[in-house]
Design a protein around this ligand. Structure first.
Ligand SMILES: NC(=O)c1ccc[n+]([C@@H]2O[C@H](COP(=O)([O-])OP(=O)(O)OC[C@H]3O[C@@H](n4cnc5c(N)ncnc54)[C@H](OP(=O)(O)O)[C@@H]3O)[C@@H](O)[C@H]2O)c1
Length: 339
């Protein structure tokens, strides 16, 4: 089968190559999926660039892509709940990364039935951003009706999903975006949209219950200037917090160093008696099934930017790397050219 592979750390043009390899066989608890569509996420580009090589090294050649939508074509003998012919989607586990390929094996625990009303292209854009938003906002920040939430970068893959999820829980949603995307983000349901090119959100907001930090750096620290006492800051790009570092199995020395690096955040959180967590999303089929129902019931709708063909996969990663995507960027095995 044909698969896109990372062959070394580096840039998209020289470090990604199509290769032929054997079709994988599903182990006892896995299914084999014929990929109809895959979506791309910033983590794919970050790993290719080598951003995480101090923590975890890639064994090249290695697959790329974590989101998939497709059809089950073979099932391991211990799998219950899925059968040949099922239309499914998944954020695959790290051991199965490589969805930009004709086939991929997936742990059945990471799988859910695709929403029937969505195409594979639409469904492929959901798992990673959907699970991240769900785990950050609902599981960690415990967002509830009436909460005021600031979601940074409302037009991104994460932001465009998180706005809809937060609205479905009855929150008052404030988001940031650039001038050209203001109306577009409003249409996703945001109650207040701040144009970061013209306005400074720090001058406009206070008493926020939850900040969803999708930008990191100074944005993480500044979150504590706008939250109320006892508020919650959940980041997906900021410094690691002690609990997440422990859950990652990092040794005490690295945890100590990370604790030193994030001391300004720890201090700011303490001053506001606030929660600070850096969320690293996890693959989860049950949670994905619950999200699938929200799409099926049209409470949340997929937000697609561009679709590329399999042959154009590198262009999909390059477009995402511009940082200007509006919603999701998808690679379709059934599409001839970008639209
Ligand atoms: N920890 C985890 O488990 C986890 C999971 C998923 C994602 N992430 C991380 O979360 C981040 C966001 O992911 P994504 O998929 O949403 O990325 P993305 O789709 O590439 O985000 C692009 C969007 O960011 C917006 N943006 C850029 N700078 C901005 C700013 N200063 N203020 C407001 N909006 C801004 C852009 O809007 P404009 O063009 O209007 O500027 C664009 O629409 C990435 O760093 C990703 O790696 C982490």
């Amino acid at each position: 089968m044909k698969a896109l592979k990372m062959i070394q750390y580096g840039d998209i043009e020289t470090s990604l190559n199509f290769q032929q390899e054997d079709k994988p066989e599903p182990a006892a608890h896995e299914v084999l999926i014929k990929v109809h569509a895959a979506s791309v996420n910033p983590i794919d580009n970050k790993i290719l660039r080598g951003d995480f090589k101090a923590f975890s090294k890639v064994n090249f050649p290695a697959g790329i892509g974590r989101d998939v939508s497709g059809e089950v074509v073979a099932v391991g003998h211990a799998v219950a709940g899925f059968k040949k012919g099922d239309q499914v989607f998944s954020r695959v586990g790290e051991e199965h990364v490589g969805t930009v390929a004709e086939f991929v094996t997936v742990d059945a625990d990471h799988l859910a039935k695709k929403p029937e009303n969505l195409s594979h292209q639409d469904a492929a854009g959901i798992p990673l951003v959907g699970l991240t938003s769900y785990q950050a906002l609902i599981k960690i920040a415990k967002l509830k009706e009436g909460d005021k939430i600031l979601i940074h970068a409302g037009s991104g893959g994460i932001g465009s999903m998180a706005i809809q999820l937060a609205k479905s829980y009855g929150a008052y949603v404030i988001t940031t975006t650039s001038t050209e995307n203001v109306q577009w983000v409003k249409a996703l349901g945001a109650d207040q949209v701040i144009d970061y090119k013209k306005e400074n959100y720090l001058d406009m907001l206070s008493g926020i219950d939850v900040v969803f930090d999708t930008l990191g750096g100074q944005y993480t620290l500044d979150a504590f200037k706008v939250i109320k006492d006892g508020g919650r800051v959940v980041s997906i790009t900021g410094e690691l917090d002690p609990q997440t570092a422990k859950e990652m199995g990092l040794n005490w020395l690295i945890r100590k160093l990370l604790g030193f690096k994030s001391r300004a955040i720890t201090k700011a959180a303490k001053q506001k008696a606030a929660l600070y967590r850096m969320v690293l999303m996890k693959a989860d089929g049950l949670q994905l099934g619950a999200l699938s129902q929200l799409y099926q019931d049209e409470i949340i709708n997929p937000v697609m930017d561009r679709t590329y063909s399999f042959e154009q996969s590198k262009e999909a990663f390059a477009y995402l790397a511009t940082g200007r995507a509006k919603g999701k960027v998808v690679i379709s095995m059934q599409t001839e050219s970008a639209n």
